[in-house]
Design a binder for this molecule. Structure first.
Ligand code: FE
Ligand code: FE
Ligand code: FE
Ligand code: ZN
Length: 163
């Protein structure tokens, strides 16, 4: 798609986000399964449920705009998921692997936060009030997920990893 208008850039961004979220629908169950800490497993599983809603919000935006949701694969998320899988496949101590999983999950959340922040701002500028609200809801969930992971790391997982 030509990047010749803010609207086209907005469409590019939300197609990228939809691709990223759909990749996460497949990756998060693997990450939850790989987690040893019950709290970490639960946090990832609850974010998987939120991710299903996030996909629906993006699809709703495309529907309201009458635009196709189809776009290229988000290569950044493919890379983040691939790196997470490499860590999952490593031999090692359960507790250290949990700390590594949190680092991978936080990378994912930060990528999403950047994407949703940009898309939300473009939607506001373009007068797409409803789209901006839906994107803000998801942005808030991504931030909360990141904070949850951070507090789990600080309260439990990193100490366990240190032994
Ligand atoms: Fe998400
Ligand atoms: Fe991307
Ligand atoms: Fe990397
Ligand atoms: Zn997320």
């Amino acid at each position: 798609m030509k990047l010749d208008s803010l609207e086209n850039l907005f469409l590019h961004e939300i197609r990228d986000l939809l691709s990223a979220e759909k990749q996460l629908l497949k990756a998060l169950p693997k990450m939850a399964k790989a987690a040893s800490s019950e709290n970490l497993k639960a946090a990832i599983e609850s974010h998987l449920e939120e991710t299903k809603m996030q996909v629906e919000r993006l699809e709703q935006i495309f529907e309201e705009l009458g635009k196709s949701p189809r776009g290229p694969q988000c290569k950044a998320m493919a890379g983040l998921v691939e790196e997470a899988q490499e860590l999952i496949d490593e031999e090692g101590e359960e507790s250290v692997k949990d700390a590594a999983l949190i680092g991978s999950a936080q990378r994912v959340e930060h990528y999403e936060m950047a994407g949703y922040g940009c898309a939300r701002t473009y939607a506001e500028m373009l007068g797409m009030t409803n789209a901006a609200e839906l994107l803000q809801q998801t942005l808030d969930e991504e931030k909360a997920a990141d904070e949850k992971l951070n507090s789990l790391a600080l309260s439990e997982i990193n100490q366990q990893a240190q032994g």
